[in-house]
Ligand binder design. Structure first.
Ligand code: SAM
Length: 279
């Protein structure tokens, strides 16, 4: 297993971005009822803390279906640009969010590179930074922010779903030949790392926090179904060939139950980090 993992990592880096996109396109229709609903209050209180003001010019990166984008428009009464790469997610946003949301299909880093320096009051990125290159993205954000502009990041941390990752590793360790793609994401370990990046880029951290959110799924299979529906397994669901998926996921579910089944079911914990900085 280690040899196979190493060779995939070193010799054949997966095009994670294409697989992540495929996952989000697939789940876009149910995303708001699963992930947004599950994390709604965290995103809401984070945007309240950020405190966008009427007239602020804002960009919401990795906006998905536009939940945060819409919250920000309500506060600024101004058009907010939401940027995402998944056409499926953006289509939901265009259908369900208010007129002040303007959705753009683009890779967030490429989008940022095309923006004028010192032109934006607030840049947010909710639950999507780790899919891109955090340092490069934050450097571009710093560049496009006006003096005293604000950046706000909330995201899964690196070992957010560590119990789940461990069980998926065990499932593939039994059949390493079935591992096709190793996902290479750049989720940050925690808010301290975000704070270090802020300081390196001369962004002043005004808020840094870590937290977690758990729910209980009735069984291992139910836990995996929910992870796949929320996007939390984005990309991972294509780790093996389609023909092998059912068998691998079944074994994954069994291992989850062997390791983590409680009287109430399987507990799934998301760990996250959040930070706000001023230019
Ligand atoms: C967990 S969703 C978050 C959506 C939204 N911000 C929210 O709070 O509900 C992550 C989003 O990041 C988008 N994404 C991932 N990598 C991206 C990239 N490099 N450029 C643009 N969007 C990206 C996905 O398409 C997906 O919509």
């Amino acid at each position: 297993m280690m040899g196979r993992t190493a060779s995939l990592f070193l010799l054949k880096p997966a095009d994670c971005s294409g697989l992540v996109n495929k996952s989000y396109d697939r789940i876009s229709g149910t995303y708001d009822d699963t992930w947004t609903c599950h994390m709604r209050d965290l995103t809401e209180s984070f945007i309240r803390r950020l405190d966008p003001r009427p007239g602020d010019v804002c960009v919401d990166l990795a906006c998905g279906t536009g939940f945060a984008t819409n919250l920000i428009t309500e506060k600024t009464q101004n058009t907010v640009v939401g940027v995402d790469r998944s056409e499926g997610m953006l289509a939901q946003g265009r259908t369900h969010r208010g007129d002040h949301c303007r959705f753009v299909r683009a890779d967030i880093l490429e989008y940022l590179k095309e923006q004028d320096s010192s032109s934006i009051d607030i840049v947010t990125c909710c639950w999507g930074l780790g899919y891109s290159k955090p340092f490069a993205v934050l450097r571009q954000i710093k560049r496009i922010l006006k003096p005293a502009g604000k950046v706000a990041i909330i995201d899964n941390s690196l070992f957010s779903l560590r119990e789940i990752l461990y069980c998926s590793f065990l499932a593939f360790a039994e059949q390493p030949e079935k591992l096709r793609h190793l996902m290479r994401f750049q989720f940050l370990p925690g808010s301290r790392t975000l704070g270090v990046i802020f300081r390196l880029l001369k962004i002043k951290p005004v808020y840094l926090a870590d937290g977690s959110r758990s729910y209980t799924a009735a069984s291992g299979a139910a836990a995996i179904d929910r992870l796949r529906a929320t996007g939390a397994a984005a990309g991972f669901e294509y780790a093996c060939a389609e023909d092998d998926a059912e068998q691998i996921f079944q074994r994954f579910a069994e291992i989850l139950e062997e390791k983590y089944l409680t009287a109430n079911g399987v507990v799934v914990t998301h760990r996250y980090l959040a930070g706000i900085g001023h230019k």
